[in-house]
Design a protein around this ligand. Structure first.
Ligand code: FMN
Length: 301
């Protein structure tokens, strides 16, 4: 397998393939099948200042081309993650990206402040799809002004590179991307899930409203990556519906520096190691020495 390592914020990562936040537990769950050291970096479940129990079941609903989830941001809280789980990643020499969220600006700020720089932390990833309680539940990521404000405040309290993870449920994602970068975001993760509803015809009801992920999201994510990569100078992590190595390659060509895999792991728990090998094989077979050789080439064609 060829060398597909990348450098991100001065850190060498063994490959550009990460799990998507919330889709690989706390990392230890996958151990019986493959180890987190397989990943370029592990992305944590969304962490908050206080633990959250999440929503009652059902929490997932399968669609023909995707999946709807409403987990309710269940997590053990930022303190417990660093006490109980972070040592595991250090032992495994696996860098992490810390995904975090809040329901108020103060919660985002307090959470970011708690996370101290460490050589195993590549970046923070702020989930901007969360409802802003003070603004009546509209998500933080929906308006450029709100995005600018919160990113600037979080950036002021951390020295760790900051990725803003954007929601696709906006008028123009390029405007949001620009606002995040003007406020100091060091990178963007594109994209989070899209609001959707499942319908159970037998029961004649809607069993679940939540976020839609999987193959149906891929063209939306690809467009966001392509347009934003032309508009802003920061690295972009592409996420949404990547199911195999060719999907991954299309994201790199569209302008992503790295990618994340979520729903694919629910379909095939070996999807991530298969995609890593498939990306390396593609580069070898096509005479490319490194991932940067194909990065953003769609912009030149
Ligand atoms: C079960 C589940 C839980 C998720 N939890 C989070 C989360 O805590 N924070 C976050 O930013 N995104 C979360 N997401 C969104 C994913 O990280 C990703 O952006 C989305 O699923 C699209 O990628 P995919 O199509 O590869 O799954 C979650 C997605 C799923 C399916």
């Amino acid at each position: 397998m060829g060398n597909i390592s990348i450098k991100l914020f001065g850190k060498n990562l063994r490959n550009p393939v990460f799990n998507a936040s919330g889709t690989l537990g706390y990392g230890i769950e996958i151990e019986p099948l493959w180890g987190v050291e397989t990943l370029g970096a592990y992305v944590t479940k969304g962490l908050s200042i206080k633990p959250h129990h999440g929503n009652p079941t059902p929490r997932v609903w399968e669609e023909r081309h995707g999946m709807i989830n409403s987990i309710g941001l269940q997590n053990v809280g930022v303190d417990r993650f660093f006490d109980a789980y972070f040592p595991f990643f250090k032992r495994k020499k696996t860098p992490i990206i810390v995904n975090f969220f809040g329901f108020t600006e103060d919660e985002y700020i307090a959470c970011a402040e708690k996370i101290k720089p460490d050589r195993f932390i590549v970046a923070l990833e702020m989930n901007l799809s969360c409802p802003n309680i003070k603004a009546g539940g509209i998500s933080f990521g929906k308006e450029p002004d709100m995005v600018f404000d919160i990113v600037k405040k979080v950036k002021a309290v951390t020295e760790i590179p900051l990725f803003a993870k954007l929601t696709p449920e906006v008028k123009n994602i390029v405007d949001i991307a620009r606002a995040a970068c003007e406020a100091g975001a060091d990178g963007l993760t594109l994209i989070n899930t899209m609001p959707a509803a499942g319908f159970d015809v037998k029961k004649k009801n809607i069993p679940l409203k939540g976020g839609l992920s999987g193959p149906v999201l891929k063209p939306i994510a690809l467009r966001a990556v392509h347009e934003c990569s032309k508009a802003v100078p920061v690295p972009i992590i592409g996420v949404g519906g990547i199911m195999d190595a060719m999907d991954a390659i299309s994201f790199f060509m569209a302008g992503a520096r790295a990618i994340q895999i979520g729903t694919a792991t629910f379909v095939d728990p070996y999807a991530i190691p298969k995609i890593i090998k498939g990306v390396a094989d593609y580069l070898d077979a096509n005479g490319h020495k490194k991932i940067d050789d194909i990065a953003g080439i769609a912009n030149n064609v």
